[in-house]
Design a protein around this ligand. Structure first.
Ligand code: EPU
Length: 334
C-alpha cells in the first residue's frame, strides 16, 4: 500500500522524499501491486535505509518490504533452519538467535538495517559474514515471479552479491533462509573480543553479543543521535606488491591476507593517517572514533556528504596511491 509519508527512511538523516512510497506485507500483496501497475518507473527497493545515500529527492517509486516472521523449518540436535522475512529488523533476528541458543549470528549484533538488505549487502563484522549463515535467498521480480537462489548462486564476496548488480535491480528479496548451529562455538579472534570477554564470568552467547555491542558502541555513532550509514567506504583489496611497497614506508600498516596475491588494507587506518579523523567539511564530518564512518552533523544534504567523501578519497589517493570505493550505495535522483 502507499505509505502516508513520502519521506524516505535513511539512517544518514538526509531529508528526502519519493514521488511514491509503496510498502507491502506479503508476497501476495506485492504481486497485486505489480499486477495492478502501481509500480511505476523508475523504482528502487530499500531495506532500512542504513546503507543508502540519497543525493536528492527520488523522482520514482520507492519499494519497501514489511514481510515479517521467523519460522523454524527444520531442527535437530546439531542445527536449526529458519526462514526469516525480509522486513524483520536484523538485530531483532540476532537477539532471537541468541535467546534460542542458536550459534553463528552473535558477532553480527547491532548492525542496523533489515534481514533482506543483509543478504543483498553480505553484511559482515568481527570475522563473520552473513553468507556464512545463509542457505538460500527467496525473491520476487518486478513482475511478481518467485525464484529461490541457493547460497552458491548468490555470488557472495566481501560486501558483494549478485543482488547488488545493476542487472538485478528488478529482483527483490522476500525471505532469507539461514542455518544456525546448536553446538556451542564462537569466533573470538577479531580485535579486542577476547580481551573484553574477560570481564564476564563465563563465555556464552549473551556475553559475546554484549561485548560486540559494547565495542560497536564505543566506535560507531548511533544513527538516532548522529546520522550515518556505518562504514562509508569498503576496505580496499590491493595487489600484494603494492602493499609490500607501502609497508616499507608504513611498517605498522594493519592488513589482512586475502589470498597469496592480494591484501586487504583498512580504509579507516589510511583516512586516519591522512589526518581526517574528526574533521568536518560543511555539515558533514569524518567520525572522531572511526575514520571509516562519515556523519551528518545536522542538516547535511547528500551533496555535502559526497563533497566530504571526494575530499577524503583524493587525500588517500595522493598519499597511498589507492582508490577508495563507497560501501554505501549512492542514489542519484531516480
Ligand atoms: N583504524 C585506525 N583508525 C580508524 C579506524 C580504524 O587506525 O579511525 C585501524 C584499527 O586500529 C584497526 C583497523 O584499522 O587496526 C581496522 O579497524 P576496525 O577493526 O575498526 O574495522 P574496519 O576494517 O575499519 C570493518 C567493517 C565494519 C565492521 C568492522 C569490525 C568494512 C567496510 N567495515 O571495519 O563494518 O564493524 O570491520 O569487523 O569492512 C559497516 O560495514 O558498516 C561496518 C561498520
Amino acid at each position: 500500500m502507499e505509505a502516508d509519508s513520502k519521506k524516505i527512511p535513511n539512517t544518514f538523516g538526509i531529508d528526502v522524499t519519493a514521488a511514491k512510497l509503496l510498502e507491502y506485507d506479503s508476497e501476495e500483496e506485492f504481486q497485486k501491486l505489480s499486477a495492478a501497475g502501481y509500480i511505476t518507473m523508475p523504482y528502487l527497493h530499500v531495506g532500512g535505509g542504513s546503507n543508502l545515500l540519497f543525493i536528492g529527492n527520488y523522482k520514482g517509486t520507492i519499494l519497501h518490504s514489511r514481510i515479517k516472521g521467523i519460522e523454524v523449518l527444520m531442527e535437530n540436535e546439531e542445527a536449526v533452519s529458519v526462514r526469516v522475512g525480509a522486513g524483520v529488523v536484523w538485530d531483532d533476528f540476532v537477539a532471537y538467535c541468541v535467546a534460542h541458543h542458536w550459534y553463528g549470528a552473535e558477532n553480527l549484533s547491532s548492525i542496523p538495517g533489515e534481514v533482506g538488505a543483509s543478504a543483498v549487502q553480505n553484511i559482515g563484522a568481527y570475522g563473520v559474514e552473513v553468507k556464512d549463515l545463509i542457505t538460500s535467498v527467496e525473491t520476487l521480480n518486478i513482475q511478481g515471479e518467485k525464484r529461490v537462489y541457493p547460497v552458491d548462486e548468490c555470488g557472495y564476496a566481501y560486501r558483494k552479491s549478485i543482488f547488488k548488480q545493476p542487472d538485478m535491480k528488478s529482483v527483490f528479496v522476500t525471505y532469507v533462509n539461514f542455518r544456525l548451529s546448536k553446538k556451542e562455538h564462537y569466533k573470538l579472534d577479531y580485535g579486542a573480543i577476547r580481551q573484553e570477554l574477560v570481564k564476564y564470568p563465563q563465555v556464552d552467547l549473551n556475553a559475546v553479543r554484549q561485548v560486540i555491542m559494547d565495542i560497536r558502541e564505543s566506535k560507531l555513532p548511533d544513527p538516532k543521535v548522529q546520522g550515518n550509514a556505518g562504514s562509508f567506504f569498503m576496505n580496499p583489496i590491493v595487489p600484494r606488491a603494492l602493499f609490500e611497497t607501502l609497508r616499507q614506508e608504513y611498517p605498522d600498516m594493519p592488513h589482512y591476507n586475502v589470498d597469496s596475491h592480494h591484501v586487504k588494507i583498512p580504509a579507516g587506518w589510511m583516512i586516519d593517517r591522512c589526518g581526517w579523523k574528526g574533521k568536518a567539511l560543511g555539515r558533514a564530518a569524518v567520525h572522531d572514533k572511526q575514520a571509516l564512518v562519515l556523519v551528518n552533523l545536522g542538516g547535511a544534504t547528500g551533496m555535502d556528504i559526497v563533497a566530504l567523501s571526494d575530499a577524503v578519497r583524493a587525500s588517500v589517493r595522493e598519499r597511498f596511491g589507492i582508490d577508495l570505493h563507497p560501501e554505501v550505495n549512492l542514489i542519484d535522483n531516480g
